[in-house]
Write a protein that binds this ligand. Sequence first.
Ligand code: HEM
Length: 499
Amino acid sequence: REPGLPPGPPTTPILGNMLIFPRSHVHLKFTEWARQYGELYSLKIGGATLVVISSAKMIREVLDKRSSTTSDRPNYHVATRVNSNLDMPWTKYGPVWRNLRRAAHDILMKSACDRHIPIQRAEAIKLAVDLLDRPEGFFTHIVRYSSSVILSVCFGVHCPTFENTFIEEFYNNQRHWDNLLKPGNSPPVDVFPILKYVPERWASWKGECDFVGRAQRKLWQGLMKECVARMKAGKRNDSFMEYIVDRKDKYGLNDEEVGWLGFALVEAGADTTSVYFQFFILMMTAFPEVRKRAQQEIDDVVGPNRLPMLEDFENLPYVNAVVNEVIRFRPITPTAVPHATTTDEQVGQYVIPKGATLFMNVWGVYHDPEYYEDPEVFNPDRFMKTPFGTKPGADDTAFRNDFVFGAGRRICPGMHLANNSIALVVTTLLWTFDFNPAKDPVTGKIIPADPNKISEGIILTPEPYKTDIRPRSQARAEFIRKEFAAARPTFEQFERSSL
Ligand code: HEM
């Protein structure tokens, strides 16, 4: 470890910390090291430097305040080979990223997202109807919901079913992509660039990259073709990509970049949102007393004769606390997406060198016992006491409830769309359903839903679990079906073409 670097675990010659770098549950090891080496520590992987940021104060200091020099992405040979670095979350900081980001900002800013609330609401109602019809398929219904929202909003196409559709093809392909991105699944080409030149017959990852790249391109090309054909036929439905196609010169984007931007929105927005709901239902199943209190609040504010609206959300402090606690307890993106520095950065007594990879340890921040009372306990009440759920009296000036969306210039541009989805789905589901632990059909014994069973790729996902989903009353079930019938015109404008 070079002098001046933040401290970190002892290194071995040449390899640095490579042998002790975790192969899974990276966030847990990062957090264990944070308790030992502090809010800013470093790791060496061969010649490369990784810096792990594990406090709200340091996130502000390094990623927010210095965002003009800490917003690059690390070199990712796999991403370069798969999509020439045009898939926005992985794009290097520079003119292409700036153009993509400007376009993404304009279509995803709050006022632009608000125009899409009707389809998000209609989809939340469809999700409830799917859960009434086939509650055991709840994982798939959630994935369909979030994919269909993103596809409607971005490309103007609704997906009424999961099976044999674009969504199934997209998710199959994403599994390959996630595998490639997982540390250890392809050789460390970025640390030892010589590996780039290993011939394909000894480097199966190269073929896998080419396969994934071709499949991703085929997906966005199909979507773009439909979108442009619809525009030409005079059947616009106000989708984001129509807006970008109209203004691609203004944004300095060519057709290829426009296509990859559309793909990035679907990729970054579908899985993340659906995983939030998978965790939410898991928590409502595991903690029925929390669910009942949230339902009581909705009943008091909304009553039984109408569905919750987005505007109700701000009048539901306990439901807000539940939403925030699910994010704190199980942050979907526990180490966000790594940033990289473009200059040397002096931070206090340390120097973070140019080209270092920066990890934002969201899990470590949200599970820090110095700031959170019993951080391993799911307890929405903490957010009723202080705005960020921190211990009363703790210095929370640098805290935010949205660290899960990243920081600085790279902060997730889709957060307003995601937050609208979360508010609408959470309130609709709590209004309509009870979630209870399932029972074994043979023994009658309760099958506990365990929040600790988590699998991970780029994002944290609950392992499949069982839950007993039932409407709170026959009247509420019938009401939802009526609302679904009334939402027909909202869906229709997205059904002019099908996928
Ligand atoms: C709960 C849902 C979501 C979570 C937790 C989430 C989280 C994140 C995180 C952690 C990043 C990296 C930020 C950084 O580097 O500091 C990111 C980037 C991004 N997200 Fe999201 N996201 C969500 C939903 C969405 C949605 C709905 C969209 C679009 C429709 C979206 C589009 C993007 C894009 C395009 C980027 C790349 C930004 C860049 O590199 O400049 N995300 N998101």
